[in-house]
Design a protein around this ligand. Sequence first.
Ligand code: NAD
Length: 506
Amino acid sequence: MHPVLSRLGLAAELPGAASHGDLSTTGPLVASTNPTTGEALAQVRLASREDYETVVTRAQEAFARWRLVPAPKRGEIVRAMGDALRRHKDDLGDLVTLEVGKLRSEGHGEVQEAIDMADFAVGLSRQLAGQTFHSERPQHRMYEQWHPLGVVGVITAFNFPHAVWAWNAMLALVCGDAVIWKPSLKAPLTALATHRICDAVLTEAGHPGVLGLVIGADDEVGRALVDDRRVPLISATGSCRMGRAVGAAVAGRLGRSLLELGGNNAVIVHSDADLELALRAVAFGAMGTSGQRCTTTRRLLVHEDVADTFLPRLERVYRSAKVGDPLADGTLVGPLIDEDAVRGFEHAVAQARAQGAELVAGGSRVDGPGHFVQPTLLRAAPDLPMVREETFAPILYVSTYRDLGEAIAWQNSVDQGLSSAIFTESFRASQRFLSHAGSDCGIANVNIGTSGAEIGGAFGGEKDTGGGREAGSDAWKAYMRRQTCTLNWGDDLPLAQGVVFDVGEG
Ligand code: NAD
């Protein structure tokens, strides 16, 4: 067994459900494999519908107590969770790399993001503020307040196996909610290790069961969670296909959903761009995490005046990028998550070429163990069917443009609306891009790339990306219920809008 797993207290065979203390689960065994080597790291025995029932029942009981703890006190416990993550940062970061193949600095960056979320949530725990309003009625007062919502279901994608849970859980916890996490079956070990570290802090503080974990099949525990009326909010991160299914199911029971779905993000390199900055940002955005971020740069729109300078430089970067072990120094591109992802990459390249795209660099899988592909650059018309799809792999489609309006229209022409960026030195071009007639995405950047958001702002996207917002700003409001209160301290009972309703008693 890998020493990182031992240090994190993980065994060769693990149960797939946990609340306070582990549950012994009875489902089939599923191996978590290292995408760099193709070797199994450990096995997880999946949770069943009955195991889910145990976890949700405990979460409901725990919620009834947790919501009574004052929010700043909840914040103190979240602070201790952040400290526990700090102590385990190196091992957890390495586990992310072992399980999903991110570069080591990115694996560690994920844990840092969770720590940042804990710090943010601690401050927030004293700022869950409502507004007060002037009543139209004399001697009346009106205000709104925010109450804990209940048990929150968090469904996460494989590519952020640690941080996305923290975006949700750290906020939900200070808001007074219990959390049930259903992680991706492609990254169960990171979920188990994270859950155990954070659950231990809550249990020691006297709040077992506030955090629950169920690792199981989508049509078993996934469906049970999504259909469960005892879970008022489902926060789901993943593909648009998943979002359509989950969003419809939650809406069908009139629940609340927070959807963080796929992206098809573009960078515009304008005629006056700082090409050095643009080159570095496009390379990181498109090749980083092997193209497996929701914010990955998938489309590049380059102004005709700079295309002949910029594109040969980009091609050289693509040809020299080191593909290999994400734990090794100097590696820029690690593996894809599994063999299906490699097949998806090969299919996309073949389809794009059949549709008229021209291969500039890469285009093939890398032979040997693990699931490696070459970072790939294709010249393609912006309206090709393949260009409009999100392929979770390091494929960048490049087009040139003459007019900025045309480039912005192309960038907005896809179904997804997550992240976008322009490189320009021009005040007018950048403001046009950021205006209401500019980018239609949830994230719009100037002179930085599409990928690598900070936690301070609200994160999420429009259109088929699902419309949800997580992490900073006022994203916390999704995890609470709003209540508007009107208080009468006078001797009369005036009705709003001047309505008169005089009753007599005899
Ligand atoms: P996926 O859609 O295959 O799975 C995501 C999660 O949803 C997994 O936990 C999966 O088990 C679960 N799931 C799928 N169908 C379900 C159903 N019917 N009911 C309940 N649960 C269900 O996605 P993936 O391959 O793990 O991740 C890649 C995708 O996630 C990409 O599209 C990427 O853009 C997106 N993503 C988006 C964000 C964001 O914040 N917008 C962040 C990370 C990843």
